[in-house]
Design a protein around this ligand. Sequence first.
Ligand code: HEM
Ligand SMILES: [Ca+2]
Ligand SMILES: [Ca+2]
Length: 294
Amino acid sequence: QLSPDFYSTTCPKALSIINSAVCSAVSKERRMGASLLRLHFHDCFVNGCDASVLLDDTSSFTGEKSAGANVNSLRGFDIIDNIKTQLETACPGIVSCADIVAAAARDSVVALSGPTWSVGLGRRDSTTASKDTATSDIPSPLMDLSDLITAFSNKGFTTKEMVVLSGAHTTGQARCQLFRGRIYNETIIDSSFATSVQSNCPSTGGDSNLTPLDVTTNVLFDNAYFKNLVNKKGLLHSDQQLFSGGSTDSQVTAYSTSFSSFYTDFASAMVKMGNLSPLTGNNGQIRTNCRQVN
Ligand code: HEM
Ligand SMILES: [Ca+2]
Ligand SMILES: [Ca+2]
């Protein structure tokens, strides 16, 4: 059972230390807000919110950083390390890496002008990680709607929650190799949008070139992502699947005209994500270094 007050006597400054570091990182580079939000998602979807995603490879396991969805893609590890170092000075051995990631995700969304929510605390850190589970449990951008629904339902989320959580793609960037098939071959795409994205994503080469996931307001956490989908300007195949004549069209339309319902629903779904099978009590440990088991 997580509680927002978990550190109020043992490390009262924990949340303010995390928040200051996140604000300073996001003011240096707005994209870092997106990267820290994604880190929490990729942690929680793989064996729960246990900071497994932060572990480097060891002789006994290959970590999640080398899974296809993460390699050359996940960012923000250095920010988490910096926060952990400050917390180990302020209150050694108290604050888990998993809680740092959860609070940093919330603070990132707020720093990008998005909604806020109360972060339950008291998660502990895993002593292992699994590249294979990351490979199987993190959804792929090539998935169709039915597979996206299944991937989220496997973690206890409704279709509606899957749609609202995808709204995280209102910020951040993606690499050319992950949307090339869409911008050259698909039919449910605005043609001028396709042409303009192609200029930085050639049909061969440029695999790592970056394009904003939200073509209109990339560094702002707002509901423009859903407006883009209605206009057939989703960047990833998986994004446009949410508005392609299927059962989720009506919800996308609703969020495209109401940022307040998007904000409210996104915040509740993030609380639910943060509750995915945390380690508590005597399970797991409080890592001293987020990249390594103690
Ligand atoms: C619905 C299924 C999802 C799929 C298929 C998906 C896929 C992707 C892909 C392919 C990228 C670009 C990675 C790269 O180019 O290296 C990306 C970026 C991102 N994703 Fe998702 N994602 C999904 C859901 C989510 C959720 C639920 C969140 C958070 C709540 C999220 C947050 C982000 C953010 C913020 C970025 C940008 C990161 C950055 O710029 O560093 N995504 N996603
Ligand atoms: Ca995890
Ligand atoms: Ca946006």
